[in-house]
Design a protein around this ligand. Structure first.
Ligand code: LUZ
Ligand code: MOS
Length: 751
């Protein structure tokens, strides 16, 4: 089945925030944000701004009737700066005007006198100064201290990964519309409608039932709208609350890049110990997470770094510690993978270092240590592993030894073009690591004409979740998918939703939908059984016809639904789902946090131009664990997109803040993302389809985030290509490997 949005997408008819027809009298917001990264606000002069044509009002922290607080996990973030600013881009005031041009023109006339305070941008410096968001956490298994003496080889090092701009095609935005009796409806481009509702209620000091949040779809989220869409929804609501007028704010790209947080940069130390058979006996890592100026989701991101610090390997002795470090950057936030990729990069760096020193391919170490079913992760959960199956299928299908030989021959006969390859196994835990967030509800209505409406907490952001939920309803009822409509995500229909995140949205909301549909199905089957005077067990519905003991009856779906209605039996159901068996004890740092894991293996090959430092990816060849995919087109699309986004993070996307905490890569002229020309020339995705019982929706495993981590292989493929040109290169583990860094490493030798 095709993604249900393809038709309107191709015709440009899909409705995003900025496409919602505006109501007459709508006003527009624009934000005045801090020009410096840390300081004390001495004075704010808004006189000139207020005299600008079309300006209605300027709001500051003083205009907040409730609590000036938007922190979700830790209450440490103001909506509008009160006395101090903590990062460049921190909102200080909001101008409301009759047009968005007028609002933005007035913002430029606001004058702020801010006394500068010391700026920290480096997470290790923040840690030294005691600037931690939460106390550090350590995951431990076995005993690394006593394991080192049993290792034949021990290697230590440092690894850096930079941030990543989400670059959703649709920027952040919101539109608040007053309703009667003080109710505000907020249209929000958010992954988390409930977070917008909860925070608006807190800021305005109104009960949550006075705030309705509605989301049709997003033009991409990637984590950037899990938490940070809230700010703009609440800003518009604040203005609507005071002015009783519709207020809209759709950010310009540079405003969005400047004011919102990104993937967390990490600086890490590692120590790895192996025996002579290349078994990893011990691994230690220390992670310094650059959280930015407020907690946002950093504590949860940090936790996922620890969960994924051993990637898809079994290591008997592990000690991993993470620090969430407060710096004067915009608060960093969720980004596809949610700290997992940052943790996985470090163990891949440790393996690469060991491989280089021992003169073996990294793949030999990787393969030797893959998780087997029953192996325990450092956090206590036992693996149900497809790591070896994926790896072995990759070897069988794509023959990496042959690729390796071809690359060696190519490199021997080419002076200024060099190829490199890397293998990248992945393992990703599926569930919110915060156990309570793993819950969802679905409201299913069957109308008297037999058509079906489904509402859930799932937010469609291009990932195809609405198509999957529609497939669930159509398959349980056995009706034409065209009879099913997925409604907008709305906090008045579905309450207390978890954000659409953690790759778990289709699983959680799909399962709730399955339960609701099964309940209605049970009722209508009973009606059919009563009418036909047979047992409900012998009734079956197939393609909108009712069968009794396999024999087609005179009854079709429509007639059965109308009859159910006329008997005054409910054709609606609200179902609740939460995955069974998950738990985690943060005091012991042990438990069973994930419903299941997703696995896969990729081979990545690259060619570099050794005169210019530029490169092209020749191929990415993958075996990916789909369980039993319910929509291969959507799932392969997620893999392809994830791979390209992961390669972008590892190779060309370079976020640069200067020492003063100012974003220098603040536009698409200075921040490079993959385009069609930088996509690998060949992407092959082979589905490892298994029939095993798991907690995925219709056995179709979560696919949103895991494929991004194949991109980590791109970094190591580049490294290997550089080494074949410059064998004595001493390349720091410092991603992204931009063309500039490739060039430097090609011509620099170890001291
Ligand atoms: N968001 C979240 C996530 O709140 N918790 C998670 O565990 C998570 N994991 C991945 C992506 N987003
Ligand atoms: Mo996410 S990083 O699943 O919002």
């Amino acid at each position: 089945m095709k993604n249900i949005d393809t038709y309107t997408h191709v015709r440009g008819e899909s409705v995003y925030l900025d496409d919602i027809p505006v109501i007459a009298g709508t006003l527009y917001a624009a934000v005045f944000d801090s020009p410096i990264a840390h300081g004390k606000i001495l004075s704010l002069n808004m006189d000139e701004a207020l005299r600008m044509p079309g300006v209605v009002k300027v709001f500051t922290a003083k205009d907040i009737p409730g609590e000036n607080q938007i922190g979700g996990i830790v209450p440490d973030e103001e909506l509008l700066a009160g006395t101090h600013v903590h990062f460049c881009g921190m909102p200080i005031a909001m101008v409301i005007a009759e047009t968005d041009e007028a609002a933005r023109a007035a913002v430029k006339k606001i004058k702020a006198e801010i006394e500068p305070l010391p700026v920290i941008t480096d997470p290790r410096e923040a840690k030294e100064k005691g600037e931690l968001i939460i106390p550090p956490r350590t995951f431990k298994t076995g005993n690394t201290d006593s394991a080192w003496s049993r290792c034949d080889h021990i290697f230590e090092g440092r690894a850096e990964t930079n941030g990543q701009e989400h670059l959703y095609i649709e920027t952040q935005g919101a539109y608040a519309v007053p309703q009667e009796n003080g109710v505000i409806r907020i249209y929000s481009s958010t992954q988390g409608p409930t977070a917008v509702q909860r925070t608006a209620a807190r800021i305005l000091a109104v009960p949550m039932n006075k705030v309705e949040v509605d989301t049709t779809r997003l033009g991409g989220g990637f984590g950037g709208k899990e938490d940070q869409a809230t700010t703009w929804g609440v800003m518009c609501a604040l203005a609507t609350h005071h002015l009783n007028k519709p207020v809209k704010y759709s950010l310009h790209r540079m405003e969005d890049m400047r004011m919102t947080g990104k993937r967390h940069p990490y600086s890490s130390d590692f120590k790895i110990g192996l025996n002579k058979d290349l078994k990893i006996l011990a691994y230690e890592a220390t992670f310094y997470q650059n959280a930015g100026a407020a907690a946002d989701l950093s504590p949860a991101v940090m936790e996922r770094t620890l969960f994924h610090c051993t990637n898809s390997y079994f290591v008997p002795n592990v000690k991993a510690t993470a620090y969430s470090c407060r710096t004067n950057l915009p608060p960093n936030t969720a980004f596809r993978g949610f700290g997992g990729p940052q943790g996985m990069f470090v163990i891949e760096a440790a393996i690469a270092k060991a491989a280089e020193k021992l003169g073996v391919p990294a793949a030999a170490i990787q393969q030797e240590n893959l998780l087997k079913t029953g192996d325990e992760f450092p956090y206590g959960q036992k693996a149900e592993s497809e790591a070896n199956e994926c790896w072995n299928k990759t070897v069988e299908l794509y023959d990496p030894e042959k690729i390796r030989k071809e690359i060696m021959e190519f490199n021997a006969s080419n002076k200024f073009l060099k190829k490199g390859m890397a293998m990248m196994p992945i393992c990703f835990g599926i569930s919110f690591t915060k156990t309570l967030m793993n819950q969802a509800r679905s409201l299913v209505h069957v109308y008297t004409d037999g058509s079906v409406g489904v509402s859930t907490g799932a937010v469609e952001m291009g990932q195809g979740v609405n198509t999957k939920i529609l497939q669930v309803a159509a398959s349980v009822f056995s009706i034409d998918p065209a009879k099913v409509k997925i409604n907008t995500t709305n906090t008045y229909r579905i309450a207390n939703t978890s954000p659409s995140a953690a790759s778990a949205t289709a699983d959680l909301n799909g399962k709730a939908t399955e339960i609701a549909c099964l309940e209605i199905l049970k009722r209508v089957k009973q009606v059919a059984a009563d009418e036909l005077k047979v047992s409900p067990d012998s009734i079956e519905i197939k393609e909108e016809w009712i069968y009794n003991k396999g024999v087609k009856t005179e009854w079709d779906w429509k007639r059965l639904i109308m009859t159910t209605y006329s008997k005054r039996i409910s054709l609606s159901e609200l179902a609740h789902y939460t995955p069974p068996g998950i738990h985690f004890d943060p005091a012991k740092e042990k438990g069973h946090p994930f419903a299941y894991h997703t696995f896969g293996t990729a081979i990545i090959t690259v060619t570099i131009d050794c005169l210019r430092g530029i490169y092209e990816f020749d191929s990415v060849k993958v075996v990916h664990d789909f369980g039993k995919s319910m929509n291969m087109m959507i799932d392969k699309g997620q893999c392809e997109g994830g791979i390209v986004q992961g390669i972008g993070w590892m190779t060309m996307e370079e976020i640069i803040y200067d020492k003063e905490g100012k974003l220098r890569s603040n536009a698409l002229s200075t921040y490079k993302v993959p385009d069609i020309y930088s996509v690998p020339k060949e992407i092959l995705i082979y589905p490892l389809e298994t029939e095993k019982e798991n907690q995925a929706i219709l056995q179709s495993k979560a696919v949103g985030e895991p494929p991004l981590m194949y991109g980590i292989g791109a970094y190591f493929a580049l490294r290997n290509a550089i080494k074949s040109f410059n064998p004595s290169a001493n390349i720091p583990f410092d991603a992204p490997m931009t063309p500039e860094k490739v060039l430097m490493n090609l011509y620099t030798t170890a001291p």
